[in-house]
Design a protein around this ligand. Structure first.
Ligand SMILES: Nc1nc2c(ncn2[C@@H]2O[C@H](COP(=O)(O)OP(=O)(O)OP(=O)(O)O)[C@@H](O)[C@H]2O)c(=O)[nH]1
Ligand SMILES: [Mg+2]
Length: 217
């Protein structure tokens, strides 16, 4: 499925729900996570592009839903990758936080075209309460891939420990969603192929109408 992800191109920016593309079955995969976790960098690495999604040292850089279209350029998009605004941006005013909850919360809980969600966590931080809130918005059938990113910052032993702790924290939530965890690094190209395979499977099964979940076991 790498060729599909590497065909990504900017499609549209959505600041209000009314601006979303038709919810008409073109599958989409949303990247969610705290501000500065590494969502945009993960998208760039998976799509083999340097600056498709805008990554930045300034937290809160991504302020709207950014849609990237996948598939041959001349044809209607086969799928979308969606970069979402990071949450937990410490200095964001309360109105900005509320606007985020409205946009991302409703998007995640209502969007029927959502084929999967990639939760991006800084491996040094693990799962936080804001991530738990977000997971509570997911519909039960939507599969979840958790990328523990920036793993290049840790030793192998530290990575294994962080994976274990995050897995325990996720299991404790008793989510009904199909769930996979991966150690990941956008800068050091770790976990890229595995993540592509999961995302590719989600999109392929949506395209062919195969029920989700069967092949993820
Ligand atoms: N060492 C390391 N740094 C990373 C990695 N991924 C992202 N970063 C850095 O982390 C910072 C934030 O990355 P972004 O991809 O912009 O994070 P984001 O989640 O999109 O942030 P917002 O759009 O603000 O929510 C940047 O300085 C990146 O270079 C990684 O795998 N390893
Ligand atoms: Mg971003």
């Amino acid at each position: 499925m790498a060729p599909l992800l590497t065909s990504a191109r900017f499609a549209t920016t959505v600041a209000r729900l009314a601006q979303l593309p038709e919810d008409d079955g073109v599958p989409e995969v949303a990247f969610v996570g705290r501000s500065n976790a590494g969502k945009s960098s993960a998208i760039n690495a998976l799509c083999q592009r340097r600056r498709l999604a805008f990554a930045s040292k300034t937290p809160g850089r991504t302020q709207a839903l950014n849609y990237f279209a996948l598939g041959p350029g001349a044809l209607p998009p086969q799928a979308f990758v969606v970069d979402t605004p990071g949450y937990g941006f410490a200095t964001a005013p309360i109105e900005v936080k509320r606007a985020w909850d409205q946009l991302a919360g409703r998007y995640l809980s209502q969007r029927r075209s959502l084929a999967g969600v990639v939760l991006v966590l800084d491996i040094r931080r693990g799962l936080t309460d804001l991530d738990r809130t977000l997971l509570g918005w997911l519909r039960p059938e939507v599969p979840l891939l958790v990328l523990l990113t920036k793993c290049d910052k840790l030793t192998q032993a530290q990575r294994a420990k962080a994976m274990r702790q995050t897995e325990e924290a996720l299991v404790a939530l008793r989510l009904p969603n199909p769930l996979v965890l991966l150690s990941f690094s956008a800068t050091h190209q770790i976990g890229i192929e595995e993540a592509r395979t999961f995302i590719g499977d989600w999109l392929a099964h949506c395209a062919t109408g195969t029920p989700l979940g069967q092949e993820l076991e």
